[in-house]
Design a protein around this ligand. Structure first.
Ligand code: FAD
Length: 496
């Protein structure tokens, strides 16, 4: 089949998925007013990959069929392949202003990264690595959209999951010839309503004990697997809005987050990649190299997002001439610095790429860690700068619908600014509102803070990962050198 069109993607959403929203089951994701915007935004992305002028940027030849398949599935064989993949991701991310973090490329790259190290999944009793390779081929050739879920529900974070006095967290309860049975919940699964498949993977460290083994797994299921349901947070789309232009990001890009419940769901063996294997689960993403690929994807997302926020802030500032003030220029240059730092990290990660598992090229991870660790604060600051620059204008602009209302004349006259007519001003400031102030923006800020893990524990992980010995050794060498030095002539002060 290969790379899908938007219509093919939408047609695939018609299965019997169990998506619960506002206390009711969603009948049709493609037409429900709370979910249709994102479904159609994803369809637009799929259409982009088949556009004649973009197909070369967006796809590559399937190694098995020769058909064009999405380029985010590529197993990079060179730094050039990484740059190609970045251009593909950037095209999608520019289309969504970097505000649709979980478009299909995110999981395509994650699964590709894991499958590159499939050998490490093999076990004498079952060929889990071969199952993973098969799964990678399955989703690549059908161009499927994945959601994923890593973390256990928040119940009592002071104790490891296996020591809690409840069985809320999803865990293995039984085995059959066909597979094993899972019961319980996982906490966040972004894009669950719009996905074809779900990957359930480990993230938190588990104790190396028999009690923890039932939480140690990695597998994938179709989104409509019997017994699996998703309970979602309320939509961010203001349903009573007079115009979609009033909430232009919310209307298109609410990718929805849901909790997944496994009501004794059968996981077939051939969809299982890790089973009751704590040591395989702990550190899985860094050990396999998948994390470096995922960071390359989300740093590209962050570049698109930073460019968007910067351009938006500059346009807002220009509209009322506040970009002539020194402190406003200072804030705008902060945004330039954020943006260019992300770009530089991406370039560095490609320039210093090294062969990794599966003979593929792996982006250097340290430049990308700098993006992972700084972007959450940078994005919040970008929202703050837009608030500072837009100021009261952000609440003074009315609905876009006023342009066609009985007081259109007032709107025309009193909403204009030095460098923007009233229509331009309203649509610009409503976009700025949605990007930097609205509930949609609040969720984006939360997303940036947590989507890649808890920043506190990530910082500790970075400290553990970092190759600090050369730097510490350098300090020792300097001190050794100083100790042995003679006093400079005339000073009388030796270092010994
Ligand atoms: C918008 C959004 C979308 C998301 N999408 C997905 C998704 O698609 N798939 C997915 O798998 N996950 C997703 N996540 C979840 C994300 O992986 C988690 O939020 C993240 O890993 C942090 O875990 P937590 O939310 O359980 O926070 P908690 O672990 O409950 O942490 C809450 C607070 O307690 C502190 N804390 C808790 N435990 C410890 C500890 N042991 N040591 C030190 N401090 C601790 C943390 O520092 C933090 O301040 C999403 C999250 C958000 C906000």
């Amino acid at each position: 089949m290969g790379a899908r069109s938007g219509a093919e993607y939408l047609a695939g959403l018609g299965n019997k998925r169990e998506i619960w929203l506002d206390g009711e089951q969603v009948a049709d994701v493609t037409t429900d007013p709370r979910l249709a915007g994102a479904a159609h935004a994803i369809a637009e992305l799929y259409d982009l990959q088949l556009r004649p002028d973009l197909i070369e940027t967006m796809t590559y030849e399937s190694p098995t069929t020769g058909d064009p398949v999405g380029l985010s599935f590529i197993e990079p064989r060179s730094a050039d392949d990484l740059a190609r993949r970045r251009r593909m991701v950037k095209t999608w991310m520019d289309h969504t202003s970097g505000m649709f973090g979980r478009s299909a490329d995110f999981m395509n790259i994650m699964v590709t990264g894991l499958a590159l190290d499939a050998d490490s999944f093999q076990r004498p009793d079952r060929p889990y690595g071969a199952y993973l390779r098969d799964y990678y081929h399955h989703i690549r050739e059908r161009d499927l959209v994945l959601t994923h879920t890593l973390v256990t529900p928040q119940y009592d974070r002071s104790r490891p999951v296996e020591e809690q006095d409840t069985t809320v967290a999803a865990h293995a309860v039984d085995e059959t010839d066909e597979g094993w049975v899972i019961r319980g919940a996982r906490m966040v699964s972004t894009l669950c309503a719009h996905a074809d498949e779900m990957l359930v993977a480990p993230s938190s460290y588990l104790a190396n004990s028999p009690d923890a083994a039932k939480y140690a797994f990695c597998f994938a299921l179709p989104i409509d697997a019997p017994g699996m349901r998703f309970i979602c947070r309320p939509s961010l789309i203001p349903q009573g809005a007079a115009s979609a232009m009033d909430h232009p990001l919310s209307h298109r890009l609410d990718e929805i987050d849901g909790m997944v419940i496994f009501d004794d769901v059968l996981v077939p063996w051939e969809r299982t990649f890790v089973y009751r294997d704590v040591s395989m689960c702990n550190g899985l993403f860094n050990r396999t190299g998948a994390m470096a690929h995922v960071m390359h994807q989300f740093s590209t997302k962050n570049l698109a997002k930073a460019e968007f926020m910067m351009g938006l802030a500059m346009r807002v500032a220009e509209s009322t001439n506040v970009d002539q003030f020194l402190h406003v220029q200072n804030m705008l240059s902060e945004m330039i610095v954020f943006t260019e730092q992300v770009r530089a990290a991406l370039v560095a990660s490609e320039a210093e790429a090294q062969p990794g598992p599966g003979g593929a090229y792996q982006p250097a991870s340290m430049p990308l860690w700098t993006v992972r660790q700084t972007f959450p604060q940078q994005f919040q600051r970008m929202c703050e700068i837009i608030q500072i620059i837009g100021a009261g204008g952000l609440v003074a602009v009315p609905s876009y619908a006023e342009l066609a209302g009985p007081h259109a004349g007032d709107v025309e006259r009193y909403l204009q600014a030095a460098n923007a007519g009233s229509r331009e001003r309203i649509r610009l400031f409503r976009l700025a509102w949605d990007a930097a102030v609205s509930g949609f923006s609040g969720r984006q800020q939360l997303y940036e803070r947590y989507y890649s893990g808890d920043p506190v524990r990530l910082a500790a992980a970075l400290f553990e990962l970092y190759d600090s010995d050369p730097h510490k050794d350098r300090i020792d060498r300097l001190l050794d050198d100083l100790e042995g030095r003679q006093a400079p002539p005339g000073t009388g002060r030796a270092f010994t």
